[in-house]
Every structure is written in structure tokens, then in C-alpha cells.
Design a protein around this ligand. Sequence first.
Ligand code: BDR
Ligand code: CA
Length: 314
Amino acid sequence: TIPLVLDVDTGVDDACALLLAALHPGLDLRAVTCVGGNAPLADVVRNTLTVLETAGRADVPVGVGVARPLLEEPVDARHVHGSDGMADLGMPAPTLAPDPRSAVDLLREVADAAAAEGDPVTLVPLAPMTNVAIFARLHPASFARLGRIVFMGGGADVSNATAAAEFNVFHDPEATAIVLDACATLGVPVTMYGLDVFYDPKVTDADVTALRAVDTPVARLAADLISFHHRRFANDGATIGDAGAVASLLLPQALETRSLPVRVELTGSWTRGRTIVDRRDWSGDMEHDPHGLAPAQVDVTLACDGPALAGLWL
Ligand code: BDR
Ligand code: CA
């Protein structure tokens, strides 16, 4: 089984990802950390606890993290995820409470413990990377003990929050830049599961009907979440979104990745938050990159087998 930690801004599709991480026998969910993003932090924490409670995973500690990006005011996405951040399902308030440890302390403890056991943890940020950046800066030795990072964010060719940028990176570009730099300097392998593949793993109407027929609390929640997404991603099905990044851990052969230099645009007036993926051919005479700092080398997901990944979620 794969030991992992999710960092979330739950979030309809973060909820889908939490269900998979909490319940798949191939995954060992050690902790969940919350950050402001799709919804304000208090909503994110409540939604996350609701999902874990529904999944029967009261044992998973939930760490409360940072409410706002490093530099800017938060701009949430409740217009996408519902006024409560999770599809306005009217579910009862969770009885579970968050862990007394902060998100950053939890990340440090889980990273250290897993490394000491000889099976380093995979960190899966599915949200703006504010918590992860602060973790990297505050506890670099523990950050270096991560097995790898697989983050949902960015894109080589596709954007959503603006014409140039993906939501998670746009929400906190400095945090993403810090995390990529920390991965490069501290030697943590990093995979970008970005918008080039995000919309490909899809659930159809027939899948939702089958889910509803299962008629357990988890299946009902899964069906309700994905049905809410259907309103936006109609036609040939609804994306499982962030859950695809979790599914990819179980089925790496479903991804086509290339190791490429990636930078985060921090200053462009229309391009702030864009991930600049360098696909130039460096074998020729392009000896010099005129930009100072070396870019991070990232395993960029350029294509995926959507049905295979969606099949893991169902
Ligand atoms: C990302 O933004 C959020 O709205 C989703 O939860 C996902 O993590 C997609 O750009
Ligand atoms: Ca998310």
C-alpha cells in the first residue's frame, strides 16, 4: 500500500479524491491537511471532516492550515463548488473535530514517521500550495523526507482560472514556486497532474445510476458530488477532477509524463500563475537560458488514459 497525505481545499472534486484515498485498499491515508482555496478555510475543514466521517475514517487526523495565500487576498471558487464549497448537499455537521496539530506540524510528523519506517510518504496537494510552501520553508529536513509530491495544478497548454493560469497555482503562485524550488534543491521528485489531463477521467450518467443503486452513505455521497459536477461538465460525463491525481498513484501506467523544466510566472499582468513548461529541444545549440535561476525539473503529465483512471474511482 502507498502511504499518502492529501492537502485539500474541499471542494467537490477534493471530496471525490478524499473518498478514494480513504477507502481504496491500495492507499494508506495517514493525514489530511486543509487550506483555503475553493472555499474559506472553515468550510474546507468542515467539508473534509464530513467526507471522512461518511467514509468511516475517524482515525485520519485532519490538520487545519493556512486561510489565505502568501501574498494576496483569497479568491474562492464557490461559484463552481456551491455556497458551502461542497455541492450544497445539506449534510449534517460532522461530529469529528480537527486534530490539535496544525497542518504544517502534521505534515512534518507524518513525513518524519514514514521515512523512519523506511516507506516515505507521498504528498498529494490538490489545492493552492500555501501549506506545503510553509512546510518546505519551516522544516526543509522533513520536507526532504517526502517520498514524492504529486500535485494537481498548472498545465502545459490548458488553463481555467484565467486565460493563462490554473486555479490552484493562480491562487498562490509564490507558494507553487517555493514548492517547486524546494523539490529541486532538496531532491524530492515532483509530478504535475495538471489541466492537460484533469478533465479526461470522466464518470457518465450510467455510472451515476449504478452508484445510486449501491445505496450506501458513501455511494450516495459519491453520486451526489459527481451529479453536482455534471451540471457544469455535461455531455459526455463529469470529470472526477482531483480524484484523478489520487487514482494516478495506483495506476502510473495510465499517465504519459515527461521530465521538463517548469517555472511559475509571478509577475505577468495577464499571465500571473501560469506554469511555463519548457518543451524546447535542448539537444541543439541552445546552451544558455537567459533566465537566472535554474528551473525545477518536473514530471509533467501530458496525457492519460481517462477511462482507466475513472474506473478506479467507481
Ligand atoms: C482545481 O481547482 C479547484 O477548483 C479544484 O478542486 C481543483 O483542485 C482545478 O483547477
Ligand atoms: Ca482542489
